[in-house]
Design a protein around this ligand. Structure first.
Ligand code: NAD
Length: 344
């Protein structure tokens, strides 16, 4: 029997590439339901599937808007196998700019897609997985979400020693000096939404083991996709509503972002392999990382839970153009003295 996979947000980016990767897998063991908010946007996926030679019946496209529970239910009803073995919650939307200029509609819409949309999708598919006592859920997370939300101890999920995800490309490369993309200024609402996803998945992961259902976050750093073009309300919003100093910081942040993308962004094909590693793991971890590059910052949060080190390191990295890992070592590294005490 083929593994039935349903993916949200497949008109572009990570969702599109994951759908293609699975549907064209030489083993032909996947049946992929690639879902799109708007089926009129299916052109690129359809063309790519043709040129990749995805076998007939390996890929089906369905309409699914995560903002609409009826649309989610309708998509579920069209899965002819009557079950989904792997659910990939990937649909997401960004929002960039000073918080004070964000319109209520844009804020609500990003939270609706990224948070409530993921909840709706899980509500539709989890009960059946629990009933069948089998299933996997992969959720596209962001290193940005993780920066704030991760307070667990122990090795970092999917990159722990001996984990089967270890072999994927780039994973063992030594972290180079760079700055993180996310956990970032001027992404307040987007980060809030991705932090929420961390809590959502961590909560479920604690409850699910008796059901044999696994949930894994695939934490991505910067990835070359349409994400920056599809920002809610365009880049930056109505900037004249912000003061001059904030506008100046914002333009510095934008230059930083551009540089980070040039230096550190991954191709979606590379990130897709991390999803596959999670999918194949006999006992999947809660978290997998698309790159090791930002793990020093993740670790800094553990060595200084007060958040001082992180805030200072990130501020310097973004606004003083200093490699964040160096700031991390200065401020929070375990070799360099005790972390600061309780938050104030
Ligand atoms: P993308 O914009 O190419 O893909 C996002 C997809 O979600 C698009 O196909 C979009 O149409 C879809 N979508 C938006 N609203 C939807 C809705 N209401 N219902 C269904 N689908 C909807 O960008 P991407 O980078 O491939 O993004 C995929 C995921 O990766 C997102 O959750 C994003 O937050 C996350 N992510 C991206 C990056 C990055 O740098 N690109 C980094 C970390 C995390």
């Amino acid at each position: 029997d083929r593994t039935v996979v349903l993916i949200t947000g497949c008109s572009s980016g990570i969702g599109l590439h994951l759908a293609l990767r699975l549907a064209s897998d030489p083993s032909q063991r996947f049946k992929v339901y690639a879902t799109l908010r708007d089926l009129r946007a299916q052109g690129p996926l359809r063309e790519a599937a043709q040129s990749r030679g995805c076998p007939p019946g390996s890929l089906e496209m369905l309409q699914l808007d995560v903002r609409d529970a009826d649309s989610v239910a309708a998509a579920r009803a069209r899965v002819t196998e009557g079950r989904v073995d792997v659910l990939v919650c990937n649909a997401g939307r960004g929002l960039l700019g000073p918080l004070e200029v964000q319109e209520a509609g844009a804020v609500g819409s990003v939270l609706d897609v990224n948070v409530a949309g993921t909840v709706r999708t899980l509500q539709a598919f989890l009960p059946d997985m629990k009933r069948r006592r089998s299933g996997r859920v992969l959720v596209t997370g962001s290193m940005g979400g993780l920066m704030g939300a991760w307070n667990g101890a122990g090795p970092a999920g999917g990159v722990g020693p001996g984990d089967s995800a270890r072999g994927y490309s780039g994973l063992r490369a030594p972290p180079k000096a760079s700055s993180p993309l996310e956990g970032l200024p001027f992404n307040a609402v987007y980060c809030a939404s991705k932090f929420a996803i961390e809590g959502l998945c961590e909560s479920l992961a604690v409850m699910l083991p008796p059901f044999g259902v696994h949930v894994s976050l695939i934490e991505c750093g910067p990835v070359r996709t349409a994400f920056q073009e599809k920002l809610e309300g365009g880049p930056g919003g109505a900037l004249d509503g912000a003061d001059a100093e904030t506008r100046d910081l914002f333009s510095r942040y934008q230059r930083h972002l551009e540089r980070i993308f040039q230096e550190a962004a991954q191709d979606p094909e590379e990130v897709t392999e991390v999803f596959l590693a999670a999918l194949r793991a006999p006992r999947p971890a809660l978290r997998y990382f698309s790159t090791e590059r930002f793990l020093p910052l993740v670790r800094m949060r553990l060595t200084d839970p007060s958040g001082r080190s992180y805030v200072a390191a990130m501020h310097r990295a973004v606004f003083a153009d200093e490699p964040a890992e160096e700031s991390a070592a200065d401020l929070g590294g375990p070799a360099l003295g005790a972390p600061s005490a309780a938050p104030q």
